[in-house]
Design a protein around this ligand. Structure first.
Ligand SMILES: *Cc1c(COP(=O)(O)O)cnc(C)c1O
Length: 307
């Protein structure tokens, strides 16, 4: 069983919050574990237990070269004494980036496939071929979202979080949103900020909730206008915001998920989208390991967590 640090809830102080009568608190899932960060901790927890109870000794999963999920799976498998195989999208880079180097150093076996081949990751024949190649394994899908992941993410909110009127999180595959949707109270509103471009996300989340028989007790809303051009796209405004937020709070954000999330919350506050008296819980879903690789790739400096 993975061990969690106690989760800190950090109130944010800013004149704009006082002026608008809003309380904003960041739930620091980024601090939950030194290596298995944020929402990935919750998404992996029951997957690793399930793998063990099925008697599997190897985890296989998929991800991009900078993926938080790959990084967390490598650490989680190691902590649970399981072998890990990472099927990585894109050809082998001559020098591995920090994410992949670290995953490899934790014992994950990396296997690179072309983008075309990677697209087949859902089909049975592709999986069968992988079984011939690697032997039997417990499969975790890309991004880690399955029923075990959602079981884990329903544990993010705790009793003391009932006081919040709004819970706001970032959306990739929606596994985190789904777990929160299953656990919000009737008085609470859940807002998801999509890091992906496109209106498809509304239907995708609906399908996910249907599939897992989740009907939220409170209200839900998905915002699809804060993607900054699409997944992993960014601009100067976002980077500046990440630095400003860091100087104000000492909280590190990433440019893929949590930066866009916090930016969205701030915009919504400025535009009076929250009523006076609102109590907002911002879920910091972690994933800061990618900041080093981002800086290496783009030359743009970002804050990094002190370790
Ligand atoms: C993976 C990830 C997400 C997306 O989570 P989903 O459950 O796929 O929606 C959000 N934030 C961070 C930091 C992540 O690493």
């Amino acid at each position: 069983m993975l061990n969690a640090n106690p989760v800190l809830s950090q109130p944010i102080n800013d004149p704009i919050l006082d002026a608008k009568g809003i309380k904003l608190v960041v739930k620091r899932l980024d601090l939950i574990h030194p290596e298995i960060s944020g929402n990935k901790f919750f998404k992996l927890k029951y997957n690793l237990e399930e793998a063990k109870s099925q008697g599997k000794d190897t985890i296989l999963t998929f991800g991009g070269a900078y993926s938080n999920h790959i990084s967390a799976t490598a650490s989680g498998a190691k902590a649970e004494n399981l072998n890990a195989i990472g099927i990585i999208r894109g050809d082998t880079t001559t020098t591995l980036n920090p994410t992949l180097l670290e995953a490899q150093s934790k014992g994950m076996e990396l296997y690179f496939v072309s983008r075309e081949e990677y697209r087949k990751k859902g089909n049975l024949e592709f999986i069968e071929n992988l079984k011939e190649k690697f032997g039997d394994f417990f499969l975790i899908p890309e991004g880690g979202t399955n029923k075990f992941a959602i079981k884990g993410t329903t544990e993010i909110l705790q009793n003391q979080d009932e006081e919040f009127s709004h819970v706001i999180c970032s959306i990739g595959t929606g596994g985190t949103f789904a777990g929160l949707a299953a656990s919000i109270k009737p008085s609470q509103k859940l807002i998801g900020i999509s890091s992906l471009k496109g209106e498809f996300i509304h239907q995708e989340i609906k399908n996910l909730l249907d599939k897992h028989h989740i009907s939220p007790a409170g209200i839900m809303e998905i915002k699809s206008t804060f993607h900054f051009g699409g997944y992993a796209k960014y601009n100067e405004e976002l980077i500046d915001f990440i630095w400003e937020f860091y100087h104000k709070t000492q909280i590190v954000l990433d440019p893929i998920y949590t930066g866009k999330l916090a930016f969205a919350v701030w915009e919504m506050i400025k535009k009076n989208e929250f009523e006076n008296g609102a109590k907002i819980l911002l879920i910091h879903s972690g994933g800061l390991q990618g900041n080093r690789g981002f800086t290496e790739r783009t030359g743009i400096k970002l804050p990094v967590p002190v370790r």
